[in-house]
Ligand binder design. Sequence first.
Ligand code: FAD
Length: 407
Amino acid sequence: KTGVVVAGGGQAGFQVAASLRQGGYGGPVTIVAEEPRLPYQRPPLSKTYIKTDADFDSLLLKPRSFYEKNAISLRTGDRVVAIDRQACTVGLASGGSLAYDHLVLAVGASNRVLPIAGNALAGVHQLRTAAEAERLRAGLAGAARVVVVGGGFIGLEVAAALRALEKQVTVVEAADRLMGRTVSREVSRFFLDEHRKMGTEIRLGAAVAAVLGEDRARAVRLSDGEELAADLVLIAAGVTPNDQLAAEAGLETRNGILVDHHMATADPRIFAIGDCAAFHSPFAERIVRLESVQNAVDQAKLVAERIISGAASLPPYRAVPWFWSDQGPFKLQIVGLTAGADHVETAGLGEAGKLVAYCFKGERLLGIETVNRPGEHMLGRRLLAEDLVVARNEVAREGFDLKAHVA
Ligand code: FAD
């Protein structure tokens, strides 16, 4: 048996290897991981890791002994550079090749590089990897004024963390609201107010034209000519999926590696999971690519089961999508894919610092966005998993109780 080769040692790559062993897979399992580190969690990078002196080991998904005990061969610091689908082998950056029965592409995504002058100056940072977080942490020591480019989850998490360190923080967002791709206007507005109360300056509808500086960044210039002084600049302008390797092997890509309801590409030996995979979601009724731990873990588990059982009859991927983002004292949780909502009912506005937003498309509940209301979030997961119907006019009624509805 030539076994399973996993390209990528992030959340999804780790999980598929672990689940293969947990499910009793007996063949060789090899993870080829570009980063020269054991697989680790990214979520703390933008929340706690940059504002504390936490050890890298605190991020590890499992200690080294786990891989030895489970006979998972981990080739860190190496990269899959080519796929030969006829020969069923992958080529490695270190030279040589590995044969596979099944290949799992768990190659993640890369930070979008803004095509602006000065984007490579010293003092300009990105945040995807632990190494980048450590560079950012080191750079913060001598920085009083920070400009964050991008008002999405990561930019805002970092902004809140830096306010806790008493940095002067400005967030520049090109759209007219925060987290515009992922949350409703109601939740955007809530966070706009709260970040301003934390002391962060937020510029909406502001496009960045250049980073200015000779040897190192000293300011950010907006497209209207205004200059914002900065000792450090973080570019958090989203990611693009790492789908080139698959495309070069003749596999279809559509903002991500296109896969079916079992995360298989058109080549039945090759799967794609996590941030790099584009799939049809029943929760959006279109092809999506999701960037979340839940998505990486659940897709990995399904692929492990599929490889072990070989069963084309397994039920299709149908895990309820959920997300979280910690911004200062506020825990935002989202269940469902709420981007296409055309009607939002909010509740809990009476209670300071809390919010529940029910997002509908027509009469259909797409999902629920909550702030510091973990109970409703968990109920929302059940609601969507069990396909329970909740009507708009019920939710709108004074004193609507989700718990009573789900029970
Ligand atoms: P990744 O974790 O990106 O792993 C892919 C790995 O593959 C990388 O290590 C990459 O170097 C490697 N690789 C790429 N190409 C190759 C190749 N050719 N050969 C070998 N290796 C290769 N999600 C949440 O749900 N909640 C959060 O609060 C949250 N916070 C986040 C904060 C930050 C700062 C970041 C960056 C992400 C956050 N996410 C969060 C998203 C979450 O971490 C990702 O969705 C998840 O890591 C995706 O896992 P993945 O394995 O698909 O990709």
